[in-house]
Structure formats: C-alpha cells, structure tokens
Ligand binder design. Structure first.
Ligand SMILES: [Zn+2]
Length: 470
C-alpha cells in the first residue's frame, strides 16, 4: 500500500506540546498521523502533497468537551432565555417534538459548525434519544461529518422533563437494553473516529440508585461518563453531590463534570484526587444562570479545566469566543476583588496560552484522547488547524498565541484536518453544500417551532408559585 503524505510547509507552529514548543517550520502527515515536525523537513520532490503554510499559524484542533450538537437546529432561540426558561422549553416543548430527522439535521449542522471553526473533536452530549430511530439518525449523522467525537448517549427528553417537577429528580431508569444495542451496533470497536460515551443525569438530577446503575453500566461497557453537576439551584436539598459520589467510591478519571459552578473547594479537591475532568462552558454559564465559571477554584484545586460551548441555542459555536470568556471572566472576578480592597490589579490571572491549553490538550485529556490528539506531536493523529495571519483582523502577528485567542475567528480558519483528512480547505468546508443544508435547516426548524408553539423572541412565563406560597 502506498503511503499518503502531506507536508505543511513553513507555518508558524504552536504545538501545545512542551517538548516541541513553538517554531517556524513544517509538519509531515503520513496516512493521517503526524510523523515529523521540524524547522525544515527534507522531503523529496513529488513525495508529498505540499500545503503552503506560510502566512498561517498551525495549531492542534480544538476540542469541545460539552456540546449538544443537535441543538444547532434551534440556533439562537435561547439567546434571551435563562437556564430554567431553556429547560422548560427544551424539555417540555421542543425536545419531545423533535423527530429522528431533526436529530440528524441538527447533529449534522452542529458538527459542521464545529469543524468550520476548527473544532476537530467533541463530546456530543446528546440527551434526546426518544426512540432508537432518534439514536440511529444522530449516530449516522455524526459519523458522516468526519468529526472526531464521543457520541454521548443521553437518554430521553421525558427523563429530562422529570427534573422540573417534584421531587425534582428524574426517576425513570436508563434504558440499559438500548444502550447495549447502540454499543454493539455502532461502537463494537473503539477504533472509529466516533466512539461512544454516556451522558447521564447524575446525582443532581436523578436518585442515587439510578446514578449507581448508570455508572456501573458505563464502566462495564467502557464508556466515558459526562454529566451536568453543581450548576444553578438544581438540587438545593441534596447537595453536596460530589461528596456523595466520593463517599460511595464512584469518582474516577473516566468522569467529565460539566459546569461545577457551585461546588465547594473540598469537592474540587476530591475531583482532583480522583482525576475527574472539569468542563466549563464559560459563555452560557455566565449569561444563563448556571453560576460563574469556576476556573480559578479549579486551578487552585490543581485541576486544569477544559472548555465546551454547551448549546448553540444560546451562544455561538466557535471556540475563540469560549476561550476569551474563559480568560476574561476569572480575571474580571479577581480584578473586582482587588479593586474592592482598594488595590489596582498589577498582575493578571491566567494567560492566553492557559486558555488555549484548556481548549486543546486539556480537552483531549477529558475525552481520554490525549494519546491521539490535543497537541502537534509526532505519533499523534493529524488533527490540525491552519489560521490565516494575513487576514485584516490578524495582522501583524507579534505573539501567535495572543493572535489565536484574541483575534482569530472562524473567518480566519483556513484549513482543518481530522486524522489527516482535510475537512475545510481555503476557508470552505470540503464536500458540504452549505446553502442546501441551511435551506433544509431553516424549513425544518420553522416547522418544529410551529408544532411546539414557540416563536423567536417568545419566552416562557415563570411557573405558578407552589400551593400555599405567599
Ligand atoms: Zn449541557
């Protein structure tokens, strides 16, 4: 078999691998794997496809540890909704009316949106598996896009809806037979670009017998577990739930905890000791009512967080904005504390490189993929993003890391490779009819909103006060 070689020539490489560092040079890709990086790789004429990477910053693909891809179909609808307005409408009105075709279209749209902005791997937290057909369509859609992903099987919207009424816990057991079917049918081996995980309701949203059963099943099947925890006032009586998991010996390095806004420092230390990953989604957490992203507390406990978008219903799908929120919010909180003590901040918390790490190598660690992706390292898969430096928003590039974090946007993402395959070239997704996809999404979303009785700009009113309340 002949080897397929691609050489990225003369880029400004920000490897995110401390042993490799940053350099101006070349990246050699052979059969989807990075095999060499150096200032000038000597490749014989005609032995490789040459990609001119001069006037580009070359970085590892971004990794999103928490994103509900299917919700791209309802993009922007939750822009002015609080978290509980979103719950009420998503779980009670929109989600239950989504068809398998909606899941397919939304997942496709969400994955291409991610790829277009340089996200090469994602944990797809897909909690709308109302029927096996919903799951079949979502999985096939995800596999068709060329993104590296963990398909996070997340149960049904009916289960989610149970969280919103007394006893404010979802008590329906997870569908174990269906989880086993999906594992066997689509993910019998873990060698594909898309693998399987479990997106569970977790102890904030389901009783401990369900939590134990979900964790046991996930661990038996070798599935990484992602869950929302410690956000908003979801379980005001039952917390601290990380302490509960800790006391039952359930914490482990196969867990990704999303949000974590209201956890205690002691719980962060328990997570650190057990190797639990923390996924912060700084923009929607700040805006919707989850609580502040707990980045400083996590770092103080010894946990390097990773970053997710969460939902394109509320925020945009690009990792650049997420990185900027991940940098600005903890700095803002620290600065405010200093100012309130009548001190002008001199040194700032965090750096642009920190948040670039959160969005790349730390995401890879959270997804259990650090041996395959997350940095430009020989031996890893070629998940690579080339960012234009000659775009008007970028020049001059004096500090490439600052340029990526503060000035880059999806418009500057020129080329994206996943496992060496170009999914975006010269600023365009490869083999994607964006106009047709947009048309279908628009039509499909309009019908869904119509059926659900939801219109853009509408927001659910507050629930009636409980009986006997004054
Ligand atoms: Zn979420």
């Amino acid at each position: 078999m002949t080897t397929t070689r691609t050489l990225l020539r003369g880029g400004h490489i920000v490897s995110m691998d401390p042993a490799m560092g940053d350099l101006v040079g070349d990246v050699l890709i052979e059969d989807g794997t990075i095999t060499a990086i150096g200032p000038h790789l000597d490749i014989a004429e005609g032995a490789a496809d040459i990609v001119d990477a001069s006037r580009h910053i070359v970085i590892p693909g971004f990794i999103d540890s928490h994103r509900h891809l299917f919700q791209a179909l309802m993009r922007g609808l939750a822009a002015d909704w609080s978290l509980f307005q979103y719950f009420t409408t998503m779980f009670g009105m929109l989600g239950p009316r989504m068809s398998p075709e909606h899941m397919s279209l939304g997942t496709t749209l969400g994955a291409y949106d991610a790829l277009d902005s340089g996200v090469t791997a994602v944990f797809d937290y897909s909690h709308n598996q109302s029927t096996p057909e919903h799951t079949d369509e979502a999985v096939r859609a995800l596999q068709s896009t060329g993104i590296r992903a963990i398909f996070g099987y997340g149960g049904t919207m009916a289960e989610q809806l149970e969280i919103l009424s007394p006893p404010f816990k979802s008590t329906t057991p997870s569908n174990e037979a269906e989880i086993r079917r999906v594992r066997g049918r689509y993910f019998a081996s873990d060698s594909g670009l898309v693998t399987m995980g479990l997106a569970v309701r977790g102890p904030d949203s389901s009783p401990m017998d369900i939590v134990r059963a979900d964790f046991r099943l996930a661990r038996e099947l070798g599935l990484r577990i992602n869950t929302h925890i410690g956000m908003a006032v979801l379980d005001p009586y039952g917390r601290p739930n990380v302490t509960r998991l800790h006391s039952e010996g359930l914490l482990g390095d196969d867990l990704i905890f999303g949000h974590c806004n209201l956890l205690t420092d002691e719980e962060f230390r328990m997570m650190a000791d057990a190797g639990v990953s923390a996924s912060v989604t700084p923009e929607d957490e700040s805006a919707m009512g989850h609580g502040w992203p707990p980045i400083t507390q996590l770092l103080n406990a010894g946990i390097r967080p990773n970053i997710g978008i969460d939902t394109c219903m509320a925020v945009g799908g690009d990792p650049f904005t997420a990185m900027r929120f991940a940098l600005a919010v903890p700095r803002g909180l620290a600065n405010q504390r200093a100012l309130e003590s009548s001190v002008n901040p001199w040194l700032l918390d965090l750096s642009a490189r920190d948040v670039l790490e959160f969005a790349t190598i730390e995401g890879a660690r959270a997804l259990g993929m650090e041996r395959a992706t997350g940095s430009l390292t020989p031996g890893k898969q070629a998940d690579i993003v080339m960012i234009r430096t000659d775009h008007i928003s970028m020049a001059p590039v004096l500090d490439p890391v600052a340029s990526i974090v503060h000035h880059a946007s999806r418009q500057t993402v020129d080329t994206v490779f996943v496992a060496g395959k170009a999914v975006k070239r010269d600023g365009e997704l490869v083999g994607v009819n964006a106009a047709e996809l947009s048309r279908r999404a628009g039509e499909s979303a309009a019908k869904l909103l119509d059926a659900a009785g939801v219109s853009p700009g509408w927001a659910p009113p507050p629930p009636a006060p409980p009986e006997g309340a004054h």
